[in-house]
Design a protein around this ligand. Structure first.
Ligand SMILES: Cc1cc2nc3c(=O)[nH]c(=O)nc-3n(C[C@H](O)[C@H](O)[C@H](O)COP(=O)(O)O)c2cc1C
Length: 198
């Protein structure tokens, strides 16, 4: 696959101006999970921007099942690390991130029970994944670092952030200022191992 993609003229006309050159693909390729932070607070307006990116994610039936708990208080971040992360993967680094954003799933009858029974596809979980990655990419665009944390105890997370039983925590995303040298690029499988063209 080539490195640059030109937007077809009709797409440019229909959808308006595109991002400059390969700006989006560059952003996606540049992003890595950040696990070393400078423990400075992240200003609220930047956290609002990452949430704004998540809010505009697509979702099955436009149900928007995502909920967010933005944890900035140091003692709550410490309790999340100490009590709500599962053992086995060292994740104390997470405490240095200025914010932890908990992604929660609001249960609703149609997408949670009826649609998956028919198709076998977990739509709300897909929706949460899309919203979470919008958030992570906007963090990267703002010069922040982020890391998904799925190795959690959902019930403990729910108690610590004070959500009702109707919201299931599915992941925590750390958002903070990357410390120098924190970027480690992990390999990816080649496209020909992944994609079948028919
Ligand atoms: C759903 C999900 C859950 C993850 N959970 C954890 C986690 O609990 N702890 C952790 O350190 N990294 C976690 N990660 C980060 C992955 O390890 C990381 O994305 C992967 O190794 C690729 O590296 P990169 O993000 O730097 O490209 C998670 C990523 C995703 C998408």
């Amino acid at each position: 696959m080539g490195d640059s993609f030109a937007l077809a003229p009709c797409a440019a006309a229909c959808y308006g101006p595109s991002m400059a050159d390969d700006a989006f693909l560059d952003l996606v390729r540049r992003r890595t999970s950040c696990r070393t932070y400078d423990p400075k607070p992240v200003p609220r307006h930047l956290l609002e921007r990452v949430l704004e990116a998540a809010r505009w994610a697509p979702s099955a039936c436009n149900r928007q099942p995502w909920r967010f708990a933005v944890v900035q208080e140091e003692h709550v971040r410490a309790r999340l690390v100490d009590e709500a992360f599962l053992a086995g993967i060292p994740m104390r680094w997470a405490q240095d991130a200025g914010a932890m954003i908990v992604l929660g799933m609001e249960k609703s009858a149609i997408t949670h029970r009826i649609a998956p029974m028919i198709s076998g596809v977990d739509y709300p979980l897909l929706d949460l994944g899309i919203a979470g990655e919008h958030l992570v990419l906007e963090a990267e665009a703002l010069g922040l670092g982020a890391c998904w944390i799925g190795w959690i105890r959902p019930k403990v997370v729910r108690r610590l952030v004070g959500w009702p039983g109707s919201v299931d925590p599915v992941a925590v995303i750390t958002v903070g200022w990357p410390a120098p040298g924190s970027r480690r690029t992990r390999p990816r499988m080649e496209l020909d191992q992944l994609a079948k063209w028919i």
